[in-house]
Design a protein around this ligand. Structure first.
Ligand code: IMP
Ligand code: MG
Length: 181
């Protein structure tokens, strides 16, 4: 399998800078409340590392949680496991993930944060694959902040993996030969 660049590192850098400014503006609507970012591991590790340094605010909290709906393959298993979700009672929360695919992962995390007492929950993803969205409880999830909308291809790089591989690639690449179900 041969990863072919789809979004080059320089374009990602530019878009992440813009997103950082957009997010600073979004957080400014809640003066006096320290925003809390919950980044979903493992896939968001590159994105969130660059994103937080591009948000020009004097203070924010950064937490990591782990959510998985893929278990080594390329087909979403349908069940989402969430580990280490922080307590965000009363907080203005931004969930950051690498990619919004079926929407099951983000929907489960958003629901868990609301159930845990977060005051507001918004979402930010580097990549959006709208073609594959499924309704969760009758709702097709939309992210509040999206880096790039991409076609229905399996992608790797800039944190995204195929079975643990290719996360280190600086570009987002299409992985030829991977069938998406
Ligand atoms: P969802 O629950 O189907 O939206 O899946 C979201 C998770 O699936 C992401 O956080 C990724 O870890 C993984 N995923 C979905 N599409 C891709 C892809 O094209 N490449 C790598 N991982 C993906
Ligand atoms: Mg993954």
């Amino acid at each position: 399998m041969n990863p072919v660049p789809l979004i080059r590192a320089a374009r990602i850098r530019g878009r992440v800078r813009q997103l950082g400014r957009e997010l600073a503006g979004a957080f400014a609507g809640n003066p006096g409340r320290v925003p809390a970012i919950v980044a979903l591991l493992d896939g968001s590790f590159c994105f969130v590392a660059d994103l937080v340094r591009a948000i020009p605010v004097p203070d924010l909290r950064l937490h990591f949680a782990r959510a998985a709906s893929y278990h080594g393959g390329t087909v979403s298993s349908g069940s989402v496991t969430i580990d280490a979700l922080p307590s965000c009672v009363g907080a203005d929360v931004l969930v950051v993930d690498d990619i919004l695919d079926t929407g099951r992962t983000l929907a489960a995390v958003v629901a868990a944060l609301h159930a845990g007492g977060a005051a507001r929950v918004r979402t930010c993803v580097l990549l959006d694959k709208p073609a594959r969205r499924v309704p969760v409880d009758g709702v097709r999830l939309r992210a509040d902040f999206v880096g790039f909308t991409i076609p229905d291809r399996f992608v790797v790089g800039y944190g995204l993996d195929h079975d643990g591989r290719y996360r280190h690639l600086p570009d987002v690449c299409v992985l030829d030969g991977v069938a998406i179900a």
